[in-house]
Design a protein around this ligand. Structure first.
Ligand code: CU
Ligand code: ZN
Length: 170
């Protein structure tokens, strides 16, 4: 075997091992609405924990209060976030019930809380999700809140997509 082939093989094996060992991902978030569209809104770190998927936001520039937060199905943020599709729902429940209900969208996450300084730094825990399930989808933040119910559309701004991030496959 040539040195070149061995180098390639070692690189592949190292990649495989780090892929297996990896329990954390950083997802860059971008604005998809308003004057800052396409610019960075910060990032979200995702970690597997014994209690579920922990999402730690490092975000700035948001309005104070509660913001709806979901995993959307498609790993795209174009067209004002519309290309991300609907909430990640692998077993087709077709119902929005929030992060703590076993029979709704798997992509329903706990709301993000934004402080008076416009920053979101409080981690949230999604007990039904793992990092491997998050990969290949997108994270979406909405203008308004989320009540973890079928009536979420009635909340002001709950359907408006303001920040989005594509979750890499690895
Ligand atoms: Cu959403
Ligand atoms: Zn949902």
């Amino acid at each position: 075997m040539s040195i070149k082939k061995i180098t390639v093989l070692l690189g592949f094996l190292t990649g495989l091992l780090t892929g297996v060992a990896q329990a954390s991902l950083v997802i860059p978030m971008q604005w998809v609405a308003g004057a800052n569209s396409g610019k960075s809104a910060g990032y979200i770190r995702a970690d597997d924990t014994p209690y579920g998927l922990m999402l730690t936001p490092h975000l700035q520039g948001f309005s104070q209060g509660m913001h709806g937060f979901h995993v959307h199905a498609i790993p795209l943020c174009d067209d004002g976030g519309r290309s991300a599709g609907g909430h990640f729902d692998p077993v087709r429940t077709n119902v929005h019930l929030g992060p703590y209900h076993g029979s709704g969208h798997l992509g329903d996450l706990p709301v993000l809380m934004v402080g008076a300084d416009g920053k979101a730094t409080l981690p949230v825990l999604a007990p039904r999700l793992t990092l491997s399930e998050l990969k290949g989808h997108s994270l979406m933040i909405h203008a308004g809140g989320d009540d973890y119910s079928k009536n979420v559309q009635k909340l002001p701004g709950s359907m408006i997509r303001i920040a989005c991030g594509v979750v890499p496959w690895h």
